[in-house]
Design a protein around this ligand. Structure first.
Ligand code: GL7
Length: 832
């Protein structure tokens, strides 16, 4: 029974309706009330952390009022909704974003100042919500911002990890991982203890008949309970406030099994509890790598089953016919991690709702869309048949049936081709047999998309080629990634945002990023350029302070700031960067003091985490730190070169780093980085980039013009031949790179054994990432960067022109494309 207040008593509710604050005075009242009641503190013991807590609670109250209205309006109108299923949502901080999106930052600033605090200090108290590894998780967060800002009826579904991505400490130049326990105090979530779902694992399948129908009953095994935690997602300058629902696991039956407890088995009932809680305990810290761990598969099914139960329950409330399901529901699979949702929906429809296979399968395939985020083979998910059989016996049967029907249609289409059946089978006939999740995702979806043009072309011609033959090219499409200009410009770079607003007719450009094009008029405006340069300098000063506070190293803000921040990965080639830095160091050392005076000072800034089990990535971090230690203390070098490793790179640090870069590095081996998204963040903040012809760099070049970007290196189409030549031909290493290696071998940066593996990968193991092939072009291009930077007028013109042409890279454009071409959903504008 729905608990609802009878009409005669509703008047009392209307009279007492909660009003959200709309000015500084209103904010102050709420803030003080939370300090004095919710937090049980007072004017005598309110530190910055308490002030942060109370401020957040005041804003959370505002958000939840809008959230309620949005949800009510969606329930009433019952439009088609999109559900974004992602194992990662890398949200970062919420307070500043909430203030800006609902347009109350000034109220908070004045209010906090009246009460004795500086708003920046309060914002700085917040712990990042770091439920993601890198680009894939941050993309999901940008998408949520755009979905709400564009008024789409949308929900995110994810896992509420107790531990997000680990905190990185650098000790003696090495990465050390520390757990990130972030839930101590999290004002941004609402536990929904009434929204719980029982999730089944293990057990067996019994065949039975119901009337004349054969039915499968999945029984036995164990039950784990999923509890919903809701995070409100405010849109920018709109009342729409969407929901991110994160599931948390605990043992079924509440606190612990009372049966066992009453039987005197207290310990084992607590152990059960802990085992169940393990499912949502920790985010797997791998980026672009899958390791096939049973607990990871448990996480996937737990999250997918709870989300689908919720989605189906919501659909059933409307009492519509099942055939309308795809007209009401679109589900997007963020990579293959939620692919079991395809199987789970088919199971619900045939085993529980009693639909026929074909009718059900039609619904399933019309509902799902699948986004592929990588072509790296080590990242493509496969699960052993045995593991799925053990954990999800009914699902394995359904996977086999899906595969059977699929292969039958392929066989009809290609009657004389046995090999294609082997190639496209969802089951890989290896030892042990494996389920290829990407293939299952393609077969179960109506659209498959890549995340940048080159990437979408590559998946069609390489890993998914056969499927293009089978389904035709229309099933495959491209949606180039984007970023939200609210967080990545307005919030991260408030002064630049102001300056742009003053030239673009106000802040509307934050809602329609193409309006940035108005800046082109001012490229040659002296006054404007001067202000632009001052803002960049101030942002560099801010970063220099952070570097000083965290590393003790002083960097000169007038130097060229050269930044590479992202997960550490051989394919992203931080090793190429640090070898280039060593080359620069050696070149500077070879100059006379007089010649040195002519050189342009540079700061090479690195940041990023290595997966704890990725040994090579950890060696790269060690080399960067070892080089920094020598170079930063070399009196001959002084300000001419500094090498900085920023510890624990995360979203809130990115917000300080992106606005402060002059040039940033996006230098993956061509064809390996599906898109990249930090490239967009840096350019949007008035930095230039040095990069390879890879991922979204290519489209950035197309938009901003090739004179405004420093491209280098081999092209994707040549990579295979080069690799082949390394292995089967003679492989000579670039002579400048050899000089770098000799310096390392001489012990210039400490015992060289530490770095042997990095050099051996190039010299003796086929140089898979083409470090040597691209080295010369890389250092020559860096010389062009230096030259170009010397002419500040031209440099500024490049930066401003680039920003003016970045409109395409808004995640709003990207979400509109998904909405039109994949989800078929419309915005829902709320009425009062
Ligand atoms: C990634 C890609 O590596 C990255 O290039 C892309 O920008 C991002 C979002 O589409 O997705 N794929 C992937 O597996 N991870 C990524 O960041 C972890």
């Amino acid at each position: 029974v729905e608990a609802s207040i009878p009409e005669p008593q509703r008047e009392a509710w209307r009279r007492n309706k909660t009003q959200g604050f709309t000015d500084a005075e209103g904010f102050e009242k709420e803030m003080v009330r939370h300090v004095e009641t919710t937090l049980a503190r007072s004017v005598y013991n309110c530190d910055e952390n308490a002030a942060y807590s109370a401020t957040s609670l005041a804003f959370r109250d505002r958000l939840i009022l809008e959230w309620n209205k949005t949800q009510q309006s969606q329930t009433l109108k019952d439009p088609k909704r999109v559900y974004y299923l992602s194992l990662e949502f890398l949200m970062g901080r919420a307070l500043d974003n909430a203030m800006l999106n609902i347009g109350q930052k000034d109220s908070a600033k004045t209010g906090l100042s009246d009460l004795g605090f500086r708003i920046e200090d309060i914002i700085g108290q917040e712990h990042d919500a770091a439920l993601g590894n890198g680009g894939l998780g941050r993309l999901a967060a940008c998408f949520l911002d755009s979905l709400a800002s564009l008024n789409y009826p949308a929900w995110g579904y994810g896992l509420r990890y107790r531990y997000g991505i680990f905190k990185q400490e650098i000790i003696d130049g090495y990465q050390v991982e520390v757990p990130d326990y972030w839930l101590d105090f999290n004002p941004w979530e609402f536990p929904r203890h009434d929204v719980v779902v029982d999730i089944q694992f293990y057990g067996h399948v019994r065949k039975d008949t119901a009337g004349d129908k054969a039915v499968s009953i999945w029984e036995g095994g164990e039950i784990v309970q999923a509890t919903a935690y809701d995070v409100p997602i405010p849109g920018y300058d709109t009342p729409t406030t969407n929901n991110l629902r994160l599931w948390s696991s605990k043992a079924s039956g509440g606190e612990f099994d009372f049966q066992k407890f009453n039987n005197g088995d207290y310990e084992s009932s607590v152990a059960d509890q802990q085992r169940a809680e393990t499912i949502s305990a920790v985010l797997y810290p791998n980026d672009n790598l899958e390791r096939g761990k049973e607990l990871r598969l448990k996480q996937q099914y737990f999250w997918v089953a709870a989300s689908l139960y919720d989605i189906v329950r919501r659909f059933k409330k409307s009492k519509r016919d099942w055939k309308e399901f795809p007209q009401q529901v679109a589900i997007q699979l963020n990579d293959t991690h939620p692919t079991l949702a395809i199987v789970e929906l088919q199971r619900i429809l045939i085993d529980i709702e009693g639909l026929s296979w074909d009718f059900a399968w039609d619904i399933v395939t019309s509902t799902f869309g699948y986004t592929n985020h990588t072509v790296l083979p080590e990242a493509l998910e496969k699960w052993s048949v045995g593991l799925i059989q053990h954990l999800l016996p009914r699902h394995l049967q359904i996977i086999y049936d899906i595969n059977l029907f699929f292969l039958q249609t392929v066989e009809k289409q290609f009657p004389n081709d046995r090999d294609i059946l082997r190639r496209v089978s969802i089951i890989e006939e290896s030892q042990p047999k494996m389920v290829r999740m990407a293939f299952l995702a393609i077969v179960g979806s109506h659209k498959v998309n890549g995340v940048a043009e080159l990437h979408s072309d590559l998946i069609k011609t390489t890993i998914f080629r056969d499927f293009v033959e089978i389904y035709g090219p229309d099933k495959f499409t491209n949606v180039t990634n984007g970023i939200t200009p609210r967080r990545w410009l307005h919030q991260a770079n408030p002064r630049l945002s102001e300056l742009i607003a003053s030239k673009c007719g106000g802040k509307n450009y934050l809602k329609d990023l193409n309006e940035l094009s108005k800046l082109e008029e001012f490229v040659n405006d002296k006054e404007f350029r001067k202000e632009w340069a001052e803002i960049k300098y101030a942002n560099k000063v801010r970063l220099a302070k952070h570097i000083k506070n965290t590393t003790g190293v002083t960097v000169n803000p007038s130097s060229l700031f050269d930044v590479q921040v992202k997960r550490i990965h051989e394919y992203k080639r931080q090793q190429l960067n640090i070898f280039g830095v060593i080359h620069r160091y050696l070149s500077l050392k070879a100059l006379s003091p007089a010649e040195r005076k002519q050189q342009l000072p540079r700061v090479s800034i690195f940041g990023g985490k290595a997966a704890p089990g990725y040994w090579m990535a950890k060696q790269i971090i060690h080399l960067i730190n070892a080089v920094g230690k020598v170079v930063n203390n070399d009196p001959e070098i002084g300000d001419l070169l500094k090498v900085i490793f920023i510890e624990d790179y995360n979203v809130s640090k990115a917000e300080i780093i992106c606005p402060a870069s002059d040039i940033s590095e996006h230098i993956s081996t061509a064809g390996t980085e599906a898109s990249g998204t930090s490239n967009m963040k840096f350019v949007l903040n008035g930095g230039l980039i040095i990069g390879t012809c890879d991922g979204a760099n290519i489209e950035i070049t197309r938009e901003i013009g090739e004179n405004n970007i420093f491209l280098f290196g081999n092209l994707a189409e040549d990579v295979e031949d080069l690799r082949h030549a390394h292995t089967y031909g003679s492989h000579t290493i670039d002579s400048n790179l050899e000089k770098v290696f000799s310096a390392i071998e001489k012990g210039t940066f400490g015992p060289s054994e530490d770095f042997n593996a990095l050099m051996a990968a190039v010299r003796h193991h086929g140089d898979f990432y083409l470090v040597s092939d691209d080295f010369n072009s890389y250092i020559e291009t860096h010389k062009l960067v230096d030259e170009s930077y010397r002419n500040q007028d031209e440099w500024l013109a490049k930066c401003i022109t680039s920003v003016a042409r970045m409109g395409f890279f808004s995640s709003d454009r990207c979400i509109n494309e998904y909405a039109d071409e994949i989800w078929n959903i419309e915005p829902l504008v709320e009425q009062e």
